[in-house]
Design a protein around this ligand. Structure first.
Ligand SMILES: [Zn+2]
Length: 426
């Protein structure tokens, strides 16, 4: 009876739907006006290549999201003020080649083994807020990787699914019978929130079957990119054939500056020029990713490439237990290597934000757009006398490098080197 009375009253002026919409809008605008910013980052030099921002501005955050970027945001309504004067403020970095399927299974290497490392211990201190595990797991063990690593990490952990069912388990990546495009695609679709592509790595046979199965899986999964670590086939397979016949636009060639036995390099070492088919591949849309790793980055490749005007699309680490304590160390050290050979600050930020996000087709990441999740990194430039080297010990000296001061993940301070994060007022 009561319901009837209410309905008849509403029908006389407006229908129920309009009433609810107006009421919600009124409540929403009232709460926005009343609610302060949870964080304001004040006076930093913003570099956001996705939005062509390069200058001093403030950023306001409310909860998990960026709500405003402007010249002078009022801090009276801010819960926390982060003073960033003299510092660089960028989108949280993406590292699209890492290994995080950390576990205790003896002899398993990267797949639930000790060569993979916990994400949070290595990401935030480098300004990294998103990592993409590059094929440590496959269609047989991805659910374990998800429960063991993705679900346990504050870092956003995404993944390239290995075309081999058991991922990067010792010497297992040669098992053609376990490279199942249909099962891989099914897993990628089931976990599409986390799986951003298909990975092929370390294959030593002299045939194209693994490459073609990885591409097939990526197609069946709805058009994902493939990331290829081209292994060490004996004799080496043709890179020209890989780029121009087997891979598609948007597929990713990682370890692009590697100089390895058993794998052709992109550089003609006699002429010190990038091979012509590599330029053709870039024009086709093949993406070139650093994937530094233990032995997969050589200045003997990168320096002449830079002189020839060839720089990577994406800078990534190939972070694992073997690379973090050797020449690679971390993403900021890897970025410093490219700054040392000719990329400017904006370019290395672009290669670790918007370019990396595009490569994994997650355009909502790697930017400081209003409405984006507030994944933000703040850096200082540290001056001094620093040395870099590659896996054969080739030395390069630099006098400045990026140091991560503070990292926010989804609006929360998750790393603060020198306590610049202020304190919450309530
Ligand atoms: Zn790797």
């Amino acid at each position: 009876m009561k319901d009837k009375v209410v309905n008849s009253k509403l029908n006389s002026g407006m229908n129920i739907k309009s009433f609810i919409i107006i009421a919600l809008a009124a409540f929403w605008s009232f709460s926005l006006a009343a609610q302060p910013y949870s964080v304001v980052i004040k006076g930093g030099h913003i570099i956001d290549p996705a939005n062509q921002l390069n200058g001093v501005m403030d950023i306001a955050i409310q909860g998990r999201k960026i709500v405003k970027i402007a010249k002078n945001i009022d801090t009276k309504v801010a819960g926390r003020i982060i003073q960033a004067k003299g510092l660089y403020v960028t989108p949280g970095l993406l590292d699209i080649h890492t290994h995080h399927f950390n576990g205790t299974k003896s002899g398993n290497e990267y797949a639930n083994g000790t060569l993979s490392l916990p994400a949070d211990a290595f990401s935030f201190r480098n300004g990294v807020t998103t990592v993409v595990d590059a094929g440590s797991s496959g269609w047989r063990n991805f659910p374990l990787f998800k429960s063991q690593t993705i679900d346990q990490s504050k870092t956003r952990v995404l993944a390239f699914l290995n075309i081999v069912g058991e991922g990067m388990r010792t010497a297992y990546e040669q098992e053609l019978k376990d490279m199942d495009p249909v099962a891989s695609a099914r897993m990628a679709k089931q976990y599409s929130e986390f799986i951003v592509g298909i990975k092929l790595a370390h294959y030593i046979g002299h045939n194209w079957t693994p490459t073609d199965r990885a591409v097939e899986a990526a197609k069946l999964a709805g058009g994902l990119p493939v990331m290829v670590d081209f292994g060490m086939s004996r004799p080496a397979l043709s890179l020209e054939e890989l780029f121009l016949k087997h891979l598609r636009s948007g597929d990713i060639f990682t370890h692009c500056f590697g100089q390895l036995d058993g794998r052709e390099s992109i550089m003609n070492l006699t002429t010190k020029k990038i091979k012509p088919f590599v330029w053709e591949a870039r024009k086709k849309g093949i993406l070139f990713d650093v994937g530094h790793g233990s032995i997969s980055f050589a200045f003997s490749q990168a320096i002449p490439a830079a002189k020839d005007g060839f720089f990577p699309d994406v800078i990534s680490t190939d972070l694992h237990a073997g690379s973090v304590n050797y020449a690679m160390k971390d993403l900021l050290t890897t970025m410093a290597k490219f700054m040392a050979i000719g990329m400017d600050l904006k370019s290395v930020i672009k290669a670790t934000t918007v370019n990396a996000a595009k490569a994994i087709r997650r355009k909502e990441l790697g930017n400081l757009s209003k409405g984006s999740e507030a994944d933000i990194a703040i850096f200082s430039i540290r001056k001094g006398d620093f040395g870099l080297f590659d896996h054969v010990g080739y030395p390069v000296k630099i006098d400045k490098k990026l140091e991560c001061e503070l990292t926010l993940r989804a609006g929360r301070v998750v790393y603060d080197l020198n306590g610049i994060g202020g304190r919450t007022r309530w």
